[in-house]
Design a protein around this ligand. Sequence first.
Ligand SMILES: Cc1ncc(COP(=O)(O)O)c(C=O)c1O
Length: 400
Amino acid sequence: MNKQIPFFNLSRQHEKYKNQIKKNIEKVLENQAFIGGNFVTQFENNFSKYLNVNHTVSCNSGTDALWMALKALNIKKNDIVLTTPFSFIASSSEILALGGHPVFIDIDSQTYNIDTNKLEKWINEECNSNLVHKKTGYRVVGILPVDIFGQCANYIKIKEIAQKHNLWIIQDSCQAVGAHDSAKIFAGNHGDISCFSFYPTKNLGAYGDGGCCTTNNPKLAEKLMRIRNHGRKSHYNYIEHGINSRLDGIQAAILDKKLKYIDNFNQKRIEFANIYNKKLSELNNIKLPKNLNGKHVYHQYCIELVGINREIFMQKLKEKGIGTNIYYPKGLNQIEFLNTDQRLKNDCPISDNLTHNIVALPIWPELEIEEINYVANQIKEILSQTNIQFLSKKIETKIR
Ligand SMILES: Cc1ncc(COP(=O)(O)O)c(C=O)c1O
């Protein structure tokens, strides 16, 4: 009989933790600490402790965190930021929001993170020695890597490039709470500023929107605190342009409770990824994700289909009661309005190809092992029935 395994579901987690969560919410209500106050400060302190980072500045979302980070690092009109095409839109849209240009550097085919060789090559070939882009005259100011699906980008190399060229780094760790790189440094510590999202589906999810910036630089922390509060230095003393971006007390109290369990949540994701890896490894028409840099926390577990029609594959799993999703069906380099200047266009063939073949499988922490086994077994069965209709157009053409 078919099981029903949604791609993502929060009700089991809520059922398990609801009494503790409700108690924490009740405390906020009793203290009327809706905006700012103890619960927000306590969560910020505990989050810093967890990541071993000096400062956490909470805000309303991962998107706001990115905007605030770019603003704090003084991005100016027409500045270029080097970033990945294989991400959620916010990692590029906020560059645009502040007048900058995202330049897309292709990704590594194993980790799906920004390819540091291509990053270096682009700088060497496209810029003069002052890091001014030869064709446009725009200056390159920073690098914005994304720790995609929960695995850190290659910060050893990224830092080397940034130091050599005097560039800042904004680490988008929205999908990577609890991940660390091979040097065992937690996501949240690799950038001048790092950004997190507490969107409900994230590894550490609130019951609404939430996010934060982290930094080890006290001056940047101070600036971020001003920027999230209209540029306010002291009572009615506004010294720069900012926004209103708050993590409210109720969300902070919920996150503070869930933070105690983040290692358990991540451990479950890793355990499930290992089961998928083991059970699917013998199939030669799929490529499995690679954990090549420290601790991967599998915000998503994505497989690549090789010569298989994705829509039919997903439909067949749906018929077995299994939900899947596509991250990402389109690279950011393919989104017209993000390509601000044709002279900055850069080819990203690895990312472009991946957007056609990638599929995300269920990996939320409250799944049961037998459910993960069921998903893996159904995939094996479906792929063993491969017929001509199931193959991709490219292979069909070849066969004809
Ligand atoms: C890589 C990445 N960056 C930024 C964001 C934006 O976070 P939020 O949805 O909290 O604004 C997300 C969330 O989906 C994300 O996955």
